[in-house]
Design a protein around this ligand. Structure first.
Ligand code: FA5
Length: 344
């Protein structure tokens, strides 16, 4: 072994470094070539043991120093380049315009229902719930609509094949009024609640009718509740919902569970009551049914006759949304057509 060999290895190594041009892969190859176990330098180091003590003393430290220097140099370079490469991989160009994330939003129907709930809760109402699969008793009988009564035909019904555990026929509720007696059986007046939810009717669909739709019921019961309370609450609700002063008009109507019963209209929001195409030039828009709770319904709930008075009303949430957002066909709501959904 001579100093020249070590010097030559070092020179070849230096040249290799220059020729690599800072290429990481080439540097790694160079590391293997000059510093692996089989490299010339390592072979020399292994051969040290065969040298005389004097030679060992002279070349040993020199060979080790050469190896350490080469290692230090190439490892440092590889590390530096590797870090640079990692940084490049993680680098983000903050000047590139962002991609717009497509975020979903509430369906118009959900939004309308939440608006209704918000307004009523701000007026001190509670929100109650009831089953969509109902028995004949709560949907009809408890509401003073006995089996043979022609009024039953007002609510075309989807009947289920199964019966409940008491043998009563099951159906998809035709209105949220099904929850009136259910609630009253468990609660004593005074209370004021709304019951929003789905209702189903076995009827042909058109621009204003769906087989599945949403309704909400309002029920206010206490010692001294009158139609005047209904009018003021309804006016307050509709004014908050549509924005601006809305008036209420009652027309006599018939619901077996009310006495007296009414259809109620609201003043047309579009023309302010003057008459326009939306309200067929009447200045009024039909909203839904309402009335004073029939004492027979209180009886079914277990209340004493004439102990309480209350009013109830119910109407379609789609119809309300249609008026507010000018939707011309109720069937859009469940069409799944994104062109409709995205508009709101
Ligand atoms: C009822 O369902 C009564 N339960 C309402 C009621 C409650 C009256 C409490 C008195 C006291 P009616 O069948 O008219 O009534 O329906 C009420 C509202 O539900 C309608 O005014 C309408 O807004 C909506 N509605 C009824 N049928 C459909 C349908 N097929 N598609 C969409 N909305 C409907």
């Amino acid at each position: 072994m001579s100093k020249d060999i070590l010097e030559k290895i070092k020179q070849q190594f230096q040249k290799g470094l220059e020729d690599s041009g800072g290429n990481l892969e080439k540097l790694k190859e160079l590391q293997v070539k000059f510093l692996s176990r089989k490299s010339k330098l390592n072979q020399l180091l292994k051969g040290l043991k065969d040298l005389s003590p004097e030679e060992k003393k002279e070349f040993g430290p020199l060979a080790n120093k050469t190896k350490q220097e080469m290692e230090g140099e190439i490892i440092g370079l590889i590390k530096e380049l590797q870090q640079k490469k990692d940084l490049e991989k993680d680098w983000i160009d903050v000047t590139i315009p962002g991609k717009e994330e497509k975020i979903g939003h509430l369906n118009l129907l959900t939004k309308t229902q939440r608006d209704i709930e918000r307004i009523f809760t701000s007026m001190g109402f509670e929100i109650a719930d009831g089953p969509e699969i109902e028995n004949e008793y709560y949907n009809f009988d408890a509401l003073n609509i006995p089996q043979s009564h022609p009024a039953r035909d007002l609510w075309d019904t989807f009947w289920l094949k199964n019966k409940d555990k008491n043998g009563d026929n099951l159906l998809l509720r035709t209105h949220t009024s099904n929850s009136q007696v259910r609630y009253m059986e468990k609660n004593q007046p005074p209370f004021q609640i709304i019951i929003p939810g789905k209702a189903y009717r076995y009827e042909a669909t058109d621009a204003n009718h769906e087989h599945s739709f949403c309704q909400f019921e309002a029920l206010v019961v206490g010692d001294d509740i009158s139609v005047a309370n209904f009018k003021s609450i309804a006016e307050e609700f509709f004014s908050a919902f549509f924005g601006g002063k809305i008036e209420i008009r009652l027309r006599p109507s018939y619901f077996p569970f009310t006495e007296p019963g009414f259809e109620f209209d609201i003043s047309c929001k579009v023309c302010g009551g003057k008459g326009c195409s939306t309200c067929s030039n009447t200045g009024w828009l039909e909203m839904g049914g309402c009335g004073m709770v029939n004492q027979k319904v209180f009886k079914a709930a277990g209340y004493k006759k004439n102990q309480y008075q209350g009013f109830a009303w119910g109407f379609g949430i789609e119809r309300l949304a249609m008026m507010k957002y000018k939707v011309d066909d109720i069937r859009h709501f469940r069409s799944g057509d994104l062109r409709f959904v995205k508009q709101f």
